[in-house]
Write a protein that binds this ligand. Structure first.
Ligand code: HEC
Ligand code: HEC
Length: 576
């Protein structure tokens, strides 16, 4: 993110590897300060009052920092947001901030000044970037082919969905049956003068096969054990089919409709920003940013590509749209691109089409600056991580796909692929690989045999031993998605067992008055955000949850819990 400090343009970077927020002088690239935040930061927001909000997915928290004169950040508020807060979005007046949570698959509304939770909506799997659009918030999903539409103003609570995938259809009144099935995933949404655009990875899990000259898709749902299985060579690759089963499209969200646009071979689009009438997309697996646009009519075009450091994962643009900044997390490089006219001009008569993956980017950054690493990392692990996300490595796949294209953030895209052994849904890797065997049938005794089979399924030539070892080191290390700790889970069970749930639902009271021994009948309050209250009960008689449970003899059987159980219950209540 960018902001001004005493008239100078500064950039702040969420540095996951160093677990720090790094402040940089945008003009010179000089590091002004690096503040350790104790856990991997994910998204950043600069508020009107100059404070900085940060999501910490592993710590299940959103934290506010105030900036000191020297650029150091001082924590001024912290709010638990289970599970795995990722991206933030806020309207212009910024009274409320919306946070998506990955493992918690929710959108959470927080009061922008107190960080008190206001509302929460349940979403489908793997929500990522969000965008406020009038009285609704749109949320991109990294799996499941949908955009969530959350009505945030007014009483409506129902979350709507825009389906962006293409299901097999059979409509006799039109041209017959289409057996194609296309899944679309996205990480980011951007507002442009022409509407809201979203870079989407499009994948076709069922390769077309040829009967005579007619392409036919294989049994789309893979439910029958058809003999044309023999024509499948690997994940989405069929004998006699050419072309990539995955590519990038630019979708436009127009009311409830989605229309397509330019295509390219950027398969890991992690961030996007509007540059006037253009859209710049950071392609994390390809060390480049791609510029699309302008789109006066329907179809934006891929106009040019700019080479950047490995792993571009965040992108920002200054207010007069004269410069674009990109953070390449793997190379630890912050780069500046001056948006001169020629950057937007299609390269004249290129030898290869601009979206040909072999065509070299036509432009380079104007300035780059590497942020030194403070926490050292195993070089083998770093190499493995890079291999996991890098597109266009023919040793891994014939069509540019990376492990991360299907194992999104080490998890899975939810897609069922046609394979020579039958339909197989992608498996989640994160936190799952410490014990053999591997694969849905447990058919591989070692990780190495499984991954060598994967290269074959992707049409890749295979990695040499040392690179393969690095890749395996990395996939083994992927941490499981955050869930409740065992104490919190025990606490949740106790909440029911100790009859708390008979008056308190998790998030709301029963709107009835009860005498729970506090001097008469009082209406059950909500337990949302209870962990951060300093005084409890209508008269503020208790200062801690522990004391409250111990002394409340008329609220369920909480008072008779053992010390351990009481502490588990407190841990659980603090997550609400
Ligand atoms: C086209 C999508 C796709 C890509 C790309 C892909 N995988 Fe997979 N992965 C799958 C599917 C589908 C399965 C389940 C396969 C099976 O059981 O036969 C799987 C399973 C696995 C498993 C076994 C997990 C378990 O619990 O047993 C590992 C390990 C794995 N993949 C690693 C990788 C690595 C490393 C790469 C990159 C070289 C990669 N995958 C690329 C789709 C993919
Ligand atoms: C009979 C209904 C009832 C049951 C059962 C019950 N509560 Fe309550 N709870 C209340 C009422 C009513 C209040 C408000 C009392 C007051 O403010 O004087 C309250 C207050 C609280 C508060 C303080 C909230 C605040 O905002 O200050 C907490 C925490 C709480 N209950 C937790 C629990 C737990 C944990 C259990 C199970 C062990 C439980 N309650 C069981 C009715 C109930």
């Amino acid at each position: 993110v960018l902001g001004r400090v005493a008239g100078e343009l500064h950039a702040w970077v969420a540095d996951e590897d160093d677990q720090a927020i790094v402040e940089i002088d945008a003009e010179s690239g000089r590091v002004i300060a690096a503040t350790s935040v104790g856990s991997r930061p994910r998204d950043l927001a600069v508020m009107r009052d100059g404070t900085l909000l940060v999501t910490l997915p592993d710590a299940n928290s959103v934290v506010r920092f105030a900036r000191t004169e020297a650029g150091e950040l001082r924590e001024t508020a912290r709010r638990p947001v289970p599970l795995e807060p990722l991206a933030m979005a806020w309207p212009d007046e910024a009274a409320t901030i919306y946070v998506t949570t990955g493992s918690g698959h929710a959108l959470v509304a927080l009061d922008a000044s107190t960080l008190e939770e206001e509302r929460r909506w349940d979403l489908r799997r793997e929500p990522r970037g969000a965008l406020v659009d009038g009285d609704r918030v749109l949320v991109a999903h990294a799996a499941d082919s949908a955009v969530s539409v959350v009505p945030v103003v007014g009483e409506a609570r129902e979350v709507d969905r825009i389906e962006i995938g293409l299901a097999p259809s059979c409509d006799d009144s039109l041209s017959g049956c289409s057996r194609a099935r296309i899944a679309r995933h996205a990480h980011a949404l951007v507002r442009t003068p022409d509407g809201i655009l979203m870079p989407v990875v499009q994948v076709q899990p069922n390769p077309p096969v040829f009967f005579g000259s007619m392409p036919q898709a294989v049994d789309p749902f893979g439910q029958s054990d058809r003999s044309d299985k023999g024509s499948i060579v690997g994940y989405g690759i069929g004998r006699g089919s050419s072309g990539a089963p995955a590519f990038l499209g630019l979708a436009r969200i127009d009311g409830k409709r989605v229309s397509g646009g330019a295509t390219s071979t950027c398969l890991e689009p992690r961030a996007a920003v509007a540059a006037g009438a253009h859209v710049a997309v950071a392609c994390r697996g390809s060390a480049r940013i791609e510029l699309f646009g302008p789109a006066p009519l329907l179809e934006p075009q891929l106009v040019s590509r700019v080479a950047v450091g490995a792993g571009p994962s965040a992108i920002a643009i200054n207010r007069d749209a004269s410069s674009l900044f990109v953070w390449s997390a793997l190379a630890r490089e912050i780069g500046r691109l001056d948006l001169r006219d020629e950057v937007f001009r299609p390269v004249p008569a290129p030898k290869r089409a601009v979206n040909d993956r072999r065509a070299a980017p036509a432009h380079a950054l104007d300035r780059t600056h590497v942020v030194p690493r403070r926490i050292s990392r195993d070089p083998d692990w770093l190499r493995g991580r890079e291999l996991f996300v890098t597109n266009d490595d023919p040793r891994i796949s014939q069509d540019g796909r990376a492990c991360a294209t299907c194992h999104i953030d080490g998890r899975d895209d939810g897609i069922t692929w046609q394979t020579p052994s039958g339909p197989r849904r992608t498996r989640t890797l994160a936190g799952q690989l410490d014990r053999a065997p591997y694969g849905w049938r447990g058919e591989h005794a070692t990780l190495e045999t499984h991954v060598k089979t994967t290269f074959r399924q992707l049409g890749g030539k295979g990695l040499p031993a040392s690179d393969l070892a690095s890749l395996l080191t990395y996939v083994r290390s992927l941490p499981p998605p955050p869930t409740m700790s065992s104490a919190e889970q025990r606490g949740r069970a106790l909440f029911a067992e100790a009859e708390c749930a008979s008056c308190h639902a998790e998030r709301a009271g029963d709107r009835e008055v009860h005498d729970v021994g506090t001097g008469g009948k009082f209406m059950t309050p909500t337990l949302a955000g209870i962990g951060s209250r300093r005084v409890l009960m209508h008269d503020g008689r208790y200062a801690s949850l522990d004391e409250l449970i111990k002394k409340s003899t008329a609220m369920g059987s909480g008072a008779s819990l053992s010390d351990d159980d009481r502490s588990s219950l407190v841990r659980y209540l603090s997550t609400l």
